[in-house]
Design a protein around this ligand. Structure first.
Ligand code: PSV
Ligand code: MN
Length: 388
């Protein structure tokens, strides 16, 4: 395929994928964190690196922050810094998973004082959102238990609802809350928000400004994630994606790396359900680059999303529908697979060039010397890590 249809290009032109600030810091496993020369030492340097991704792809105009990892004295200054680099500050992620008080829960804790502390943290996040101009507050809760009988499952669900309501009521008119689910980790027996159904049950009681966040790595192996995408879009409650890929657990690898076909299927359902370039559905990455360079890792990630979106948009909807209606199983599957197997890379390269972007953003970034420059410049200080 040498060119893509205008209908596809007009959708691709609007695509925006938010980058996680923490992807630019050092990260690793519980065994070892390998440092990289030039790793950012503060949120300003993380945003400078994120802006590089947008410069070479025009796909990543916003950067998500994690609080307290990205706390700064003055958020107006950080906001201005981002704008000067051609990007904006995006989703604010709360963090109730790294404080001793939260050992047995935060928003679900038995002790009202601990719940109050966790709620106050979210109030602080909302204050930051006002300063950064962010719309979304993303909440992921590391809450659960390890042993049967350890916790009162029902009571925790009730306290969670009460805490979320208190946070929700604090949101501004244009702000939203997105509640992320994850089936296990750090708790191994039960998790308080383990699945989309629980997130949906919780946010549905709050109101229109509360939505579900779907992190692609947060499902049991074999889960049909595109079915969940379809259902949440159908219910009007798919607020955002945390894109990444996984082989085993919550691996946080480059989106589309482990299973490009799954990413294609997800993006097909997004497009089918009206979720593409729909402001209600935020596309974000939630990844860590443990052994590869971080900026090229993010460039590769946004390109993977772009590529699979293009392929998903190539599905011949009429032919697919006709085959489905007539019960022609193999023809329907062939229409679907034809689009998946279409190599759109040459056409995308040509299209990028026509828009004044590099045909090959990975090569252009590598040739820019930016990585060598930051390795030379960022000497001294403490490199930021996942969690700092
Ligand atoms: C939890 O595993 C999670 O997916 C949440 O989105 C956190 O904010 C993020 O990872 C931290 O890396
Ligand atoms: Mn996530």
């Amino acid at each position: 395929m040498s060119t893509l249809p205008d209908t596809v290009l007009s959708e691709l032109e609007l695509q925006a994928i938010e980058l996680p600030s923490w992807a630019f810091g050092n990260s690793g496993t519980r065994f070892k964190v390998f440092g990289t020369p030039g790793t950012p030492r503060d949120p300003f340097e993380k945003i400078a690196d994120a802006a590089q991704v947008n410069t070479y792809t025009a796909l990543a105009p916003t950067v998500a922050l994690h609080i307290p990892w990205d706390k700064v004295e003055d958020y107006d200054v950080l906001r201005k810094h981002a704008e000067d680099l051609g990007v904006a500050l995006g989703t604010i992620n709360s963090n109730t998973f790294q404080d001793d008080d939260y050992k047995f829960g935060a928003l679900t804790h038995e002790d009202a004082a601990v719940r109050r502390k966790a709620i106050d943290h979210h109030f602080e996040c909302i204050d930051i959102m006002h300063a950064t101009g962010s719309r979304d507050l993303k909440i992921w809760l590391a809450e659960g238990s390890n042993y049967p009988g350890q916790a009162d499952l029902r009571g925790r669900q009730d306290r969670l609802n009460e805490s979320l309501r208190t946070i929700y009521e604090r949101l501004g008119d244009d702000q939203r809350l997105v509640l992320e689910y994850k089936f296990f980790e750090p708790a191994f027996y039960h998790t308080d928000v383990p699945d989309w159904g629980t997130s949906y049950a919780q946010v549905s009681t709050l109101g229109d400004k509360a939505m579900v966040c779907l992190d692609t790595g947060h499902h049991a192996p074999g889960t049909n994630i595109e079915f969940i995408v379809m259902q949440l879009l159908r219910l009007g409650k798919l607020g955002s994606f945390d894109f990444n890929s996984r082989f085993y657990a919550d691996d946080d690898l480059i989106v589309g790396a482990a299973d490009p076909f799954q990413l294609f299927r997800i993006l097909f359902e997004v497009a089918r359900g009206g979720g593409l370039n729909n402001p209600d559905v935020a596309f974000m990455l939630d990844q860590c680059h443990n052994v590869e360079d971080k900026i090229p890792g993010q460039i590769r990630s946004v390109l993977n999303v772009q590529e699979m979106t293009a392929r998903a948009l190539l599905v011949d909807a009429e032919a697919l529908r006709a085959a489905q209606v007539s019960g022609d199983v193999l023809a329907a599957n062939a229409v679907f697979m034809d689009a998946f197997y279409t190599d759109v890379r040459p056409a995308l390269a040509e299209w990028r060039e026509s828009r004044g972007l590099p045909a090959d953003p990975m090569a252009a970034f590598a040739a820019s010397g930016y990585l060598q420059q930051i390795a030379a410049d960022r000497v001294g200080g403490v490199q930021a890590g996942w969690g700092a």
